[in-house]
Design a protein around this ligand. Structure first.
Ligand SMILES: Cc1ncc(COP(=O)(O)O)c(C=O)c1O
Length: 410
């Protein structure tokens, strides 16, 4: 047996254990990560891959970001968890820093993105009951078709993805879905019992769909006029991914509630948050909502470091500048297997000519060449590398993509 065969055995053995003991709710590429630094992941065979997914934007600041890892180590040696039964010396400073970054008064810390969305929905309903005076159980929330906000029962209740819903009913009532990008449809759907409009400013899982330029400003105006909360799910689009701190910044729009997650935890811990002013988050009182791990000292210390990094704006600038480069390079493949390129900053959705192969097949071929991407909806590849990527690394990744397309077309 050759050394290459032995290495392949390591991959196969690891995948076999996963397949046996881990629920099959994902369909991962056959790459088994063993370590990672910056934009590079090394697998159990010692092969290196350029990570162009960044854990769906949770690793915006690079794998093993030194500053974040140092903060994590310091906090690991101090205190990691007390629950919210006591205070910690990390939670207050984290919440103050995050509120400041968002220009809001208060923060509700949670863990996963879906929890932040669930919590945002609860806050909006409670605000509707307590502040807007909506009769109990009558509140409705307007969402966008093809949204992706997570996987809990309430969230999949308003998903348009049949696979996400099939078999999981009965669903939570109180949601109205209208086409994304259509502010008139939102206006028509709002009634006296509407508490919130929940949107992704740029739809991620739908294929990096950027709305028309007047969409968010019109939603902002509508929500203000009709006393409805504008809730922006910036869990994937936020924290420097698009070249601004928040995707909403591209249109100069400030939502009433920011939902944040993924990169907030620095690629180290799950950390999410609902961020809003006191007249909104103040509707929550003791016992009405909570989470044992939400805002734990380890996550809070890491989150504070992430906010410090964001305050320096280095990654926003990198994403804006290198994003132009990435999009230009990807657009150069139009007509050579690429049908469309969408997105902002270092976030690109690339529609492929499926006559050359499915998104999964092309992702597998790219992995063979050392580039990790993931498809969405079968015909769109997503390029969202850690924001520490260099122009040369972008050129290399796109060259591999060009070769894969050329091979598939030959
Ligand atoms: C916009 C958006 N909201 C919410 C979520 C859910 O986050 P999590 O997987 O951490 O629950 C995601 C995850 O991809 C997302 O992209």
């Amino acid at each position: 047996m050759t050394m290459a065969d032995t290495a392949k055995d390591l991959t196969q053995a690891a995948i076999a254990v996963d397949n046996t003991y881990a629920a099959h709710n994902y369909s991962p590429l056959p790459v088994v990560a063993a370590s990672a630094r910056g934009v590079w992941i090394t697998d159990v065979e010692g092969r290196r891959y350029l990570d162009c997914l960044a854990a769906y934007s949770a690793v915006n600041f690079g794998h093993h970001n030194d500053e974040i890892i140092a903060a994590a180590h310091r906090q690991l040696d101090a205190v990691t968890l007390v629950s919210r039964a006591f205070h910690s010396d990390q939670l207050g400073p984290f919440c103050a820093a995050l509120a400041g970054l968002c220009g809001k008064d208060m923060v509700l810390p949670m863990n996963s993105g879906a929890e932040a969305v669930e919590s945002g929905l609860k806050v909006a309903r409670k605000w509707g009951a307590d502040v807007k005076g909506i009769p109990h159980d009558m509140a409705n929330i307007i969402v966008a078709d093809n949204n992706f906000h997570g996987r809990t029962i309430s969230i999949v209740s308003f998903s348009s993805d049949a696979t996400a819903r099939a078999g999981f009913g009965p669903f939570t009532p109180g949601f109205r879905s209208v086409p994304f990008g259509d502010a008139d449809a939102v206006a028509a759907a709002i009634d006296e019992n509407t508490v919130a409009v929940l949107i992704e400013p740029i739809q991620g899982e739908a294929g990096i769909i950027v709305p028309p330029d007047d969409y968010l400003p019109r939603l902002r105006e509508l929500c203000t006029q009709r006393t409805v909360l504008l809730v922006a799910d910036e869990i994937q689009s936020g924290l420097a991914r698009t070249g601004h701190t928040f995707a909403c910044d591209h249109w100069g729009v400030v939502p009433d509630i920011y939902l944040l997650g993924k990169a907030l935890g620095g690629g180290v811990v799950p950390l999410s948050a609902v961020v809003a002013d006191r007249d909104i988050l103040g509707v929550l009182h003791p016992g009405e909502h909570g989470s044992t791990f939400g805002g734990n000292p380890l996550a809070a210390a890491i989150g504070s470091t992430v906010i410090e990094i964001l305050r320096r704006r280095e990654f926003q600038s990198r994403s804006a500048e290198l994003g132009l480069h990435l999009h230009a390079r990807l657009r150069s493949l139009m007509g050579a297997g690429v049908l469309a390129v969408r997105g902002m900053g270092l976030w690109a959705g690339v529609d492929i000519d499926t006559r050359l192969g499915t998104g999964k097949q092309l992702s597998l071929a790219l992995a063979e060449r050392g580039v990790l991407v993931k498809d969405t909806h079968g015909s769109t590849l997503r390029f969202a590398p850690p924001l520490v990527i260099t122009a040369e690394e972008i050129d290399w990744a796109v060259a591999q993509f060009a070769s894969v397309l050329a091979e598939a077309g030959s």
